[in-house]
Design a protein around this ligand. Structure first.
Ligand SMILES: O=C(O)c1ccccc1N[C@@H]1O[C@H](COP(=O)(O)O)[C@@H](O)[C@H]1O
Length: 200
């Protein structure tokens, strides 16, 4: 087994959370941005309480005021914040807290990006439309993979994840649509298949 970091995102039910943890995911994500997968703080808190310490709980935000991000993070008790907006460094500084992991999500472009540019702990390179299940061209010769702790996301599924990791050298992967039987509904079987395929 490789030590690839695997995050399963957009979880809304106990069964999906348990399936991700049992399959060996390193992180599970709860969406607080506008989405068919949105959960409220109370639901995220209840689900996060099922997650063992070694699995990172992540809240996903997009273009939300910093006070709202802080409030939802504190109310739900999640340990990491994933930011999909075009927030500047001061936003990251405002959210920095002991024990909290900051993940900067940005659309992959041919302009190389570096991990840590905004004081984030992890960088996530995604498709332009996050959570849509649409891939971007990670195999393009124009794409330069960053160094460090970066996650590949966007249109991954059990049948393409291994190829994507081998093509890019990604440190980790993140998936939502590719482990759903229909939009917003997670499939335990696809979650298991994704984690196994990612680390094959
Ligand atoms: O999942 C969502 O609906 C979502 C909404 C707003 C921002 C991010 C969202 N999800 C993130 O999108 C990527 C990949 O998604 P997919 O596998 O292509 O569906 C992942 O980082 C999710 O955390």
């Amino acid at each position: 087994m490789s030590d690839l970091f695997v995050k399963i995102c957009g979880l809304r039910t106990e069964r999906a959370v348990d399936a991700a943890v049992e399959a060996g995911a390193d992180a599970v994500g709860f969406v607080f941005a506008a989405s068919p997968r949105t959960v409220d703080a109370e639901t995220a808190r209840r689900l996060a309480l099922r997650v063992p310490e070694h699995v990172l709980t992540v809240g996903v935000f997009r273009g939300q005021p910093v006070d709202e991000v802080r409030r939802l993070t504190e109310e739900s008790g999640i340990r990491a914040v994933q930011l999909h907006g075009d927030e500047g460094p001061e936003y990251y500084t405002a959210l920095r807290a002991p024990g909290r992991t900051l993940i900067r999500a940005t659309a992959a472009t041919e302009v190389p990006v570096r991990c840590g540019e905004l004081d984030e702990d992890m960088l996530l390179l995604d498709a332009p439309d996050p959570g849509s299940g649409k891939p971007w061209n990670w195999a393009s010769p124009g794409f330069t993979a960053p160094d460090g702790r970066w996650l590949l996301a966007g249109g991954l599924h059990p049948d393409n994840v291994r190829r994507a990791v081998e093509a890019t050298g990604a440190w980790g992967v993140d998936v939502s649509s590719g482990v759903e039987s229909e939009r917003g509904v997670k499939s335990e079987q696809l979650i298991r298949a994704f984690v196994a395929a990612a680390r094959k």
